[in-house]
Design a protein around this ligand. Structure first.
Ligand code: GLU
Ligand code: ZN
Length: 497
């Protein structure tokens, strides 16, 4: 399934290049996923690059979290941190001399210049332009300063930033998602590429690395669309000064993700934190499956798929330009489906962290692997997220059922003690397997004019503490005769009988 976005024979090279600020978030994961799927579909290369040139905001902790997140998700990269590659290093903080050199060459070739304007001057001229109804971006004031003017500014002790000189014609490109787009010079004024303190900006380092790393396709969020005409112009200048192979990559901008109240999902929204989904026990592939649907669809009638299926089907041309809505319920439903698709052994292993401290409320020595494995198939069909397993099986490993007052009140109504007494008698005499245990409770119900559902409720609360849980008779079978009867006795004592 070759995409028209890829010319035959040219190897695809894409990149995922987050800045290590804050916690990984779902928008970032979607970008990583689409780049990964595109690279894998085209048997290309995924470059993982760390854009850590903002010393004030980037942290080592965030960098480690990014790598950990990619590993947890199973999104592997072909070049980048830890795996290396022909364009190493892949952390921009280790490439500063490259950027300084390129900035110098751009100035020497006349593609960039020093701008001495102060913030106050820029603000005043912008306000005046607005008032006069003229474009309010940078006005090119320092484009063609004479050596005398430069000398005078320097003598005044002014500092300067480096600005890139945009061409005076419109820039048109065909976005892989949005089709043809044109930006006029008024909309894209000359822009800063190096700060007054010499620190290179995203506007410079990102396209420089894309050029040097021979990136063929840039797939990123719509919020970066306004950078694209600037970067296309910069590419042309880079080609002229011999940086990169002179090929401008194709661009595809992924749609916005909307959260609550139809507002853009921001990385500060708690809902957008990747850690939240990990802690709740989303499966990596369940989460990725859901995130894939934010702007893409597998097929009209199938929204659950494996990563292999996604890779086989993924085409950037099928990505939708309309904003996508983040829907937690749908994410959970998809995750539940992925839980059910695990083979039992994998399910048992996946639950493991939630059956241990700090998640599990029971003493580790009270955990019983055989009991867990016996009940696991019944749990697998019922979980939405893996963290739910703890409350579903705690009755097996706690010395006593949890105390849940609401459940107690609901189940232990009038007549509950009589029912429990009969049920206890029948259970004590029954063969200890789910089928016979069901017969025993059914018969107790009949003796008191209760249907099975009503008869089960007091037994369930007596034994597990809760009105809802895994199938009762399978639960009793695993819990065993002795503990079941003891818990019913304790409930009867509490009921005063
Ligand atoms: N470091 C940029 C970001 O995290 C990358 C943007 C891009 O893909 O060009 O937003
Ligand atoms: Zn200026």
């Amino acid at each position: 399934m070759a995409s028209a976005a890829v010319s035959p024979g040219s190897p695809v090279r894409v990149r995922f290049c987050p800045s290590p600020t804050g916690n990984p978030h779902v928008g970032m994961v979607r970008t990583a996923l689409f780049n990964w799927a595109f690279a894998r579909h085209h048997k290309g290369t995924l470059v993982f690059r760390i854009e850590d040139t903002d010393a004030a905001r980037d942290t080592e902790e965030s960098y480690n979290q990014l790598l950990d997140a990619m590993r947890w998700l199973g999104l592997d990269w072909d070049e980048g941190p830890e795996v290396g590659g022909p364009h190493a290093p892949y952390r921009q903080s280790q490439r500063m001399d490259i950027y300084a050199d390129v900035a110098r060459k751009l100035q020497d070739a006349g593609h960039a210049y020093k701008c001495y304007c102060t913030t106050e001057e820029l603000d005043a001229r912008r306000d005046a332009a607005r008032a006069a109804g003229r474009p309010s971006g940078y006005d090119g004031h320092c484009r063609d300063l004479t050596p005398e003017q430069i000398g005078a500014y320097e003598a005044e002790g002014r500092t300067s930033i480096v600005r890139f000189r945009m061409p005076d014609e419109p820039i048109t490109f065909t976005d892989l998602v949005r089709g043809e787009l044109t930006f006029t010079p008024d909309n894209v004024p000359d822009y800063g590429i190096v700060r007054a303190n010499g620190a290179p900006l995203y506007t410079l380092v990102n396209p420089v690395d894309d050029a040097l790393m021979e990136i063929t396709h840039v797939l990123r969020g719509e919020d970066l669309l306004s950078s694209t005409p600037r970067q296309i112009a910069l590419y042309a200048a880079l080609a002229e000064i011999g940086v990169g192979n002179g090929r401008v990559p194709e661009f595809g901008h992924l749609p916005y993700v909307m959260g609550e109240g139809n507002k853009k999902l921001s990385k500060r929204d708690p809902q957008s934190s990747l850690n939240l989904y990990r802690e709740r026990g989303f499966l990596p592939h369940g989460l990725l499956n859901y995130l894939a649907l934010l702007g893409w669809s597998f097929s009209a009638d199938q929204d659950i798929f494996t990563m292999d299926e996604m890779v086989a089907a993924f085409d950037i041309k099928d990505v939708n330009a309309n904003p996508a809505r983040f829907d937690l319920k749908k994410a959970e439903a998809i995750n539940a489906d992925h839980i059910r698709r695990l083979d039992l052994k994998a399910f048992i292993e996946a639950c493991d962290p939630w059956l241990k401290p700090p998640h599990a409320p029971w003493a580790p020595e009270d955990f019983d692997q055989a009991g867990w494995e016996a009940i696991a198939p019944h749990a697998q069909t019922r979980l939405t997220v893996l963290s739910d397993i703890t409350a579903n099986v705690d009755f097996l490993f706690l010395p006593e059922p949890v105390e849940d007052e609401a459940s107690w009140q609901k189940a232990m109504k009038e007549g509950a003690a009589d029912l429990l007494r009969t049920a206890r008698e029948n259970l004590a005499a029954a063969d200890w397997n789910a089928e016979s245990l069901k017969e025993a409770v059914l018969a107790a119900g009949e003796a008191h004019g209760l249907k099975l559902g009503k008869a089960q409720a007091p037994v369930r609360v007596a034994v597990t503490g809760r009105t809802v849980g895994l199938p009762l008779f399978e639960s009793l079978e695993v819990l065993g005769r002795e503990r079941t009867l003891a818990r019913i006795d304790a409930a009867l004592a509490k009921l005063g009988g």
